[in-house]
Each structure stands twice: as C-alpha cells, then as structure tokens.
Design a protein around this ligand. Structure first.
Ligand code: AP5
Length: 216
C-alpha cells in the first residue's frame, strides 16, 4: 500500500498516519520530521532548512525532493509507505512522477483556518516516536508526558501563532493547487483521490478514512 497524505498544517496527517502504519505495517515518511531531525543533528541541510521553517515558509524543492528519493529506496519501504507532507508544490509533484514513485491513494484531510489555529497552538509532540497530542482534544494520560514512554512532550518551534498564520498562507498559495492537480490526475487512473472531512473526533476521521479506502 502506497499512500500520500495532503492537507493544511494541523489537518491531522501525522495523527492519522499512525493508524495507517498500524494497519498496513508500512513506514510513515514525514518530510517535516526528517527536516526537524536534520536540524537537531546540526547538519548543513538542517541549518539551511531551519531558516525557512522558523518563518513558516517552505524549504526549497531540491532539498526535500532529494530527501524523499533517498528515503523510499530504504528496505522498510519495500511493501509500501505513507508519505506525509510531500509533495507540497507542483514542482515536487512533478519530481515524484519523474522518479516513477507511484501511489494507490492520495488522501486529503479538509479543515478550515480557524481550526488549524486551535489545533496547532494546543499541540504537544513526542519527537522520538512522532506521537502527537492536543492539550484539549487529545490529551495525554499524564499532563506533559508521552503515554507509552512517560517521556516529556514538547511544543514545536513553528507552532507559535505568528508562524502558524504564515504556514496557513503558504499552504493556500503553494500547496492547495495540488488538490486540483491530483483530482485531475485521478480521472486518468491511479492514484485514487479521497477527500475526508477532518473536523470532529480523531476516531471519526480515522473511520471515515478507512471506509474511503474501501476496506483495503
Ligand atoms: P510538517 O511537519 O509537515 O508540518 P505541517 O504540514 O504544517 O503539518 P503538521 O505536522 O503541523 O500537522 P498534521 O497535519 O500532521 O497534524 P497533526 O496530526 O500533528 O512541516 C513543517 C515545516 O517543514 C513546513 O512548514 C516547511 O517549512 C517544512 N516542510 C515540510 N515538508 C516540506 C516539503 N515537502 N517542502 C517544503 N518544505 C517542507 O495534528 C495537529 C494537532 O491537532 C495535534 O495536536 C492533534 O492531536 C490534533 N488533532 C488531530 N486530529 C484531530 C481531530 N480530528 N480533532 C481534534 N484535534 C485533532
């Protein structure tokens, strides 16, 4: 199973990716997580990426395209993958096609701008596992601690309100055109395009997603 997740910042891509990973036993490839790992490791790529991410802007296409191409060649991707947060521009989508990386499904999660702000200001993450919580909507069992390991949860640097607003603007300008791109492509064959109303409880969104995947 090869799946691509599309949607605004905070639409729930990372949250729903966990359910897909559990069901299909395939890895999640999150370009955001990969870039944050590079920042933490202090690599030249990470230092370049940080300048853009802290401003709520997209990292240059050539940087992320190369990251994804290398990652999908790794052994754990042999049976499929979930790509979360890529492509984010039309040139990135074209690069995927040119690299012959195919997908069974493109899943779009739809929410509005106000909900993005509510979700991201309350988000807390456990960076080693990628598990994501929300102080109101999806709280951990113990405040500030990961449910599985008991380790500290953190707030992402780009979840400050001014940066969130910038990310929303960036999404509408550069990523939203991918919806039309993939809807049009799906009329000519795979990948199938699935659009999910992503407001409401996490489990309701999960059930709608699996129903749309047709029990696969
Ligand atoms: P990235 O890390 O990909 O961030 P994003 O797309 O902005 O998405 P998020 O991770 O913020 O949200 P999500 O949809 O995964 O939501 P989540 O499940 O966490 O990218 C960060 C930056 O990296 C970019 O700004 C850019 O600079 C750079 N970058 C990354 N990829 C790039 C690319 N391809 N090209 C160029 N630059 C790139 O949920 C959010 C919150 O809501 C959580 O608190 C969660 O608990 C809660 N929640 C989830 N579902 C629900 C629900 N149904 N109801 C209530 N709350 C919910």
């Amino acid at each position: 199973m090869k799946v691509m997740l599309l949607g605004m910042p905070g639409a729930g891509k990372g949250t729903q990716a966990q359910f897909l990973m559990d069901r299909y036993r395939i890895p999640q490839i999150s370009t955001g997580d990969m870039l944050r790992a590079a920042i933490k490791a202090g690599t030249p790529l990470g230092n370049e990426a940080r300048r853009y991410m802290d401003r709520g802007e997209l990292v240059p296409d050539h940087v992320v395209i190369e990251l994804v191409k290398q990652r999908v060649r790794e052994a754990d991707c042999a049976n499929g993958y979930i790509i979360d947060g890529f492509p984010r521009t039309i040139p990135q989508a074209r690069a995927l096609q040119e690299a012959d990386l195919d997908f069974d499904f493109v899943i779009e999660f739809r929410i509005d701008d106000d909900e993005v702000l509510r979700r991201l200001t309350g988000r807390r993450v456990h960076p080693p596992s990628g598990r994501t919580y929300h102080v109101v909507y999806n709280p951990p069992k113990v405040r500030g601690k990961d449910d599985v390991t008991g380790e500290d949860l953190v707030q992402r640097a780009d979840d400050a309100e001014p940066t969130i607003l910038r990310r929303i603007t960036t999404y509408h300008a550069q990523t939203r055109p991918l919806v039309d791109y993939y809807v049009e492509r799906s009329k000519r064959g795979p990948p199938r395009y699935v659009s999910i109303e992503a407001t409401g409880p996490v489990e309701r969104v999960r059930d709608a997603m699996f129903a749309a995947l047709g029990g696969q």
